[in-house]
Write a protein that binds this ligand. Structure first.
Ligand code: NAD
Length: 416
């Protein structure tokens, strides 16, 4: 146990050393105590970067309880270190069963949080259904990912959302970098860790050309894969094509795929008819939030046998002799088989989270039960601190330039 705590502490420290924006907020929060007396319930991937967000919120005065938002994404060493060295309440274990997963979400709700920070909306959905006793106390929440925001917007549209919700996923300082560059890099961290195989020269299919899919396709191309994109949105399909990728329907694309990665937030993106047409040896994985993008029930039903051939790889042997390989049980592989996004990426995502929860604490009384965008000032503040830490300076508009780009009258457009 001592060894585990030591390992976790070092991991937390390493992450924090690469999170300068969060460090600056931490220095400010320690002095100003913007969350004094507040209770925060979190359901995020319980690993080092998340740990440092939790510590920062605790340093700002909050009592924090943390569970994981995925049964496979917990770093047990970090969980132990957060308990032992920072005194945080952590309810998470790598490989927890579905029953334990929900029990852990319930343990977080048992502190009767004032604010919740969720990733995928399971914590918030649980509070709105089975844990309405805890719901009464919740004054607001933040949601981290695309899939969670989609669920919460659906709840709000039905009039079922019972507190204001900040859509952190769609903050510019989140999705532009986290979903694209974070997923783009960490997907391959997970893939390589799981497979120890080559990407260069392989035919790879990326399902979905949203922010995550774009990042994955870009990095796959950079690694030398021959990339085909599948889409359902005609505009995104054009974007993929103009970025230089083949675009095909999944049923056709799978015929030549040696690597397949889903990044859609949709269900059954790869299913029975696709498995029938895949070539022997195809490695299939997912970076979308839930493990329903690849229909593993159908894959199992079609298989003669299933066996674990490496830590994060299951071999499905089909009746006709082909073998298909599923990474990390179809769960988001960058966290389940890798170490998640780089610390520098989570620095800006989690600084946005931290400022978002302080904003909620200050403004929840004026807010309705809706999904709110993160205010531009928060994006700008995070971006400014990030640039300052990098030592990057940028230009400022002069008064005349500001007036010019905000004017419309004729005669203001000619050179003088
Ligand atoms: N692994 C991670 O670390 C990580 C990070 C951020 C987001 N996510 C998750 O990844 C998923 C995608 O997020 P995003 O931000 O890229 O979303 P997005 O909305 O920007 O993109 C999703 C894309 O998938 C396409 N799509 C939907 N259904 C499809 C289907 N059946 N076939 C092909 N394409 C389809 C959509 O048209 C869209 O272009 C979400 O579940 C999100 O929560 C994961």
């Amino acid at each position: 146990m001592e060894e585990l705590v030591k390992k976790g502490s070092l991991r937390l420290r390493w992450a924090y050393d690469h999170m300068p924006v969060l460090q600056e907020l931490d220095r400010r929060f320690r002095k100003e105590q913007p969350l004094a007396g507040v209770k925060i319930g979190m359901a995020l991937h319980t690993e080092a970067k998340t740990g440092m967000l939790a510590v920062t919120l605790a340093n700002a005065g909050a009592r924090v309880a943390l569970a994981s938002c995925n049964p496979l994404s917990t770093d047990d060493s970090v969980a132990e270190a957060l308990r032992a060295e920072y005194g945080l309440e952590v309810h998470a274990r790598k490989g927890e069963s579905e029953k334990e997963y929900y029990a852990n979400l319930n343990s977080v709700l048992n502190i009767f949080p004032d604010y919740v920070i969720d990733d995928g909306a399971d914590l918030i959905a649980t509070a709105h259904t089975k844990r309405r006793d805890a719901l009464k106390n919740i004054k607001g929440g933040n949601e981290e990912t695309t899939t969670g925001v989609a669920r919460l917007k659906a709840m709000a549209a039905e009039g079922r959302l019972e507190f204001p919700l900040m859509d952190v996923n769609d903050a510019k300082m989140k999705y532009l970098f986290d979903n694209r560059y974070g997923t783009g890099q960490s997907a391959f961290d997970g893939w390589m860790n799981a497979t120890n195989l080559m990407v260069a020269g392989k035919r790879m299919v990326v399902a979905g050309y949203g922010w995550c899919g774009k990042g994955v396709a870009m990095r796959a191309k950079g690694l030398g894969a021959i990339v085909t994109v599948t889409e359902v949105d005609p505009v995104k399909a054009i974007e993929a094509r103009m970025d230089g990728f083949e675009v095909k329907p999944m049923r056709e694309a799978v015929r030549s795929a040696e690597i397949l990665m889903t990044a859609t937030g949709c269900r059954d993106v790869v299913a029975e008819d696709d498995f029938k047409n895949m070539r022997d040896g195809c490695v299939i994985g997912n970076v979308g939030h839930f493990d329903n993008e690849i229909n593993k029930k159908q894959l199992k039903a079609m298989s003669k046998s299933v066996r674990r051939v490496r830590d994060f790889i299951d071999e499905y042997a089909l009746g006709d002799g082909r073998r298909l390989y599923l990474v990390a049980e179809g769960r988001l592989m960058n966290l389940a088989a890798g170490q998640g996004h780089p610390a520098e990426i989570m620095d800006t995502s989690f600084s946005t989270q931290a400022l978002g929860v302080v904003y909620l604490a200050e403004h929840h009384g004026e807010m309705g039960n809706r999904v709110y965008p993160v205010p531009d000032e928060i994006d700008d503040e995070v971006a400014r601190i990030k640039l300052k830490q990098w030592g990057v300076r940028i230009d400022r508009l002069s008064k005349e330039q500001y007036a010019y780009i905000h004017s419309w009258q004729e005669g203001t457009r000619c050179a003088s």
